[in-house]
Design a protein around this ligand. Sequence first.
Ligand code: NAD
Ligand code: TYD
Length: 336
Amino acid sequence: MNIIVTGGAGFIGSNFVRMVLDESKDTFIVNLDKLTYAGNLGNLDGYIDNKNHKFIKGDICDGPLVEKLIDDYKINAIINFAAESHVDRSLVEPGVFIDTNVTGTLTLLKAALEKDIDRFVQISTDEVYGSLGEKGMFTEETPVSPNSPYSASKAAADHLVRSFGHSWGLKYNITRCSNNYGQYQFPEKMIPLMINNALNDKDLPIYGDGLYVRDWLYVYDHCAAVWKVLTEAKPGTTYNIGGNNEKTNLEVVNLILDRLGKDNSLIKHVKDRPGHDRRYAIDSSKIMAELGWKPTVTFEEGIVSTIDWYLNNKKWLDTVVSGEYQKYYKSMYSGR
Ligand code: NAD
Ligand code: TYD
């Protein structure tokens, strides 16, 4: 099988590319990535020159490029990980979220339809469902009700994907996962940001009361689920993918401090994110029953491997937090 993986130099995409290259000897990957601030060829160290991998620096909004890649590499499927992915950035500059997440997805869909490819897998998010109170979980039937420009752009993309299936018979799947964590995550997201700050004895900025809840999914479990959807799911289906690991942000940060042997006086409560979703929790029973997938890594195991990975990959971390990241951090957190 020949597949285009978009966003394969980002956090989840690069984990997916490495997993597939390790585990499937008859899959050829064309990795299409624009290398924004979040994309990094260092995430593919040791895999760039793999004989089953071709990296192409390019934009998913570039229709002629996507069509040429489909022709040149006889592509059977597209898995769309590429996105602007950070809620906080979407609250500052929403425009680029529409460009990549909506127009980019539309461009890929048009090319997929034109070239009659066998499968289009859209990597979406549980954030399209909005926020939960203390009880309940998101199922695939939960109405979409996105609260941030990021989640609104992802929901719009999901609707476009579905509409291409409904109107023209495009064979698609949509996956909606909860918060991922693990190796190679850019330190704008909470877990690697807190690890990096704690390692440098910097304040750990907790938004509001810190009692917001996320359902943490180890990135490897997520990638295994996406592979199952690509290879085993019926077209036209949507699957929730969750870790069954609900934690408050304060619980997560305290685990990180414990593991690193740092004092919880580093925790600083700062001004909350506008429109902050209180709780996400995912019911994954559909993918478990239909495709036999289940999460294999508990949060307690996964957070230890993740922290250890950042400790053992200081060079990677130092590179990604140099330059632009310092400006970002200052603009987002100073005086907050
Ligand atoms: P990321 O920000 O780490 O990586 C995104 C990648 O997409 C980067 O390599 C970037 O260079 C690339 N990219 C951005 N714009 C592009 C464009 N116009 N053309 C080509 N490439 C472009 O994101 P991630 O955390 O790996 O998330 C991957 C996908 O999973 C996204 O679609 C995101 O919405 C979804 N998701 C992520 C999480 C999470 O916890 N990280 C949770 C749910 C869903
Ligand atoms: P994040 O990793 O940005 O993911 P998302 O907003 O998509 O769930 O944030 C996870 C949680 O951590 C969320 O409740 C916001 C909170 N958070 C902080 O408290 N401080 C921070 O510096 C960051 C980045 C996030």
